[in-house]
Design a binder for this molecule. Structure first.
Ligand code: OGA
Ligand code: MN
Length: 290
């Protein structure tokens, strides 16, 4: 297997921000920005370039209102409600999902590797998560680099995967939501699965990335679930090797945003209902994956 790619060797240079890489795989912290203020076009262009390069951006010490979070997210793409209303939204801002874990109110489960809403025909290109109240040292979020995961496969397997498509379904989400052991909204009716390329090309930088995930990807198109699972399992295992993962330890008022086109993420569920965790999530709609 080829050695681990050095993803930032040709990183763009920045005039207004100084992204600090968080590990070899992906992720950079950008300090000193106030995201509550509208970003100039020039500043936004640098943040977007950093987003495409590092896939996960961490902005510490942010204080913003839901409207300001929506305004920031909307610079990247249209901000919409969850298509299946999977998590509660704020009454005055239904496009801001509230993730709550508190006594008597067990938080919804995101503890399986996924790319947000990949069962949609046009999944969100990015997600923005604001930590209003975090249980220090618990509830980390993990991210893995799906461009590196693809780049590190052998040319033979890459060639097999490139023409494949896969079906993504919300069945797994419904199963977790409907289990009744957490505060996710039940899902009564499943939309038809969406078909996406197994290897997608990032519109921002042209890099190919694996686009399958254990939560939503049911099978390769034209194959059975049983036939598909061994290879899907292998790809997930490969993508989530420790060397390809950044694990974010939340601080109060962190904003973390990730590129769903080039990452999977996993919400570590190592806390009980007594450790209060409240987050606001917005998503920016992306194009149909190609
Ligand atoms: C999500 C999600 C991660 C977390 O909101 O899509 O996966 O750590 N959240 O809460
Ligand atoms: Mn998620």
């Amino acid at each position: 297997m080829p050695g681990h790619a050095s993803p930032h060797a040709d990183a763009p240079s920045f005039k207004h921000i100084a992204p600090r890489p968080l590990c070899g795989a992906l992720g950079a912290e950008i300090a000193g920005l106030d995201l509550a203020e509208p970003l100039s076009d020039e500043l936004f262009a640098e943040v977007e370039a950093a987003f495409h390069e590092y896939i996960v951006l961490v902005f510490p010490d942010q204080q913003w209102t839901p409207a300001q979070q929506v305004a920031f997210t909307a610079r990247f793409g249209p901000v919409e409600e969850h298509p299946l209303r999977s998590r509660a939204g704020l009454p005055e801002h239904p496009e801001v999902l509230v993730l709550v874990n508190k006594p008597g109110d067990r938080g919804a489960r995101n503890d399986i590797w996924h790319s947000d809403i990949s069962f949609s025909e046009t999944p969100p290109l990015g997600s923005v998560l604001y930590g209003l109240q975090v249980p220090e040292g618990y509830g980390d979020t993990m991210f893995c680099n799906m461009a590196a995961a693809y780049a590190e496969l052998s040319p033979g397997l890459q060639a097999i995967l490139r023409p494949l498509k896969a079906l993504h379904s919300a069945a797994g989400l419904a199963a977790r939501n409907n289990a009744g052991d957490n505060n996710a909204s039940p899902i009564a009716q499943l939309p038809a699965p969406a078909e996406h390329p197994v290897v997608r090309t990032h519109p921002g930088n042209g890099r190919p990335a694996l686009y399958v995930n254990p939560w939503f990807t049911e099978r390769f198109s034209g194959m059975t679930v049983e036939e598909s699972l061994p290879l899907l399992d292998f790809l997930a295992k490969q993508a989530t090797r420790p060397e390809n993962v950044y694990r974010h330890r939340w601080r109060q008022h962190d904003v973390v945003m990730w590129d769903n086109r080039a990452a999977m993420h996993y919400a570590v569920r190592d806390y009980d209902e007594n450790r209060i965790r409240i987050m606001h999530r917005t998503t920016a709609l992306g194009d149909r994956p190609v």
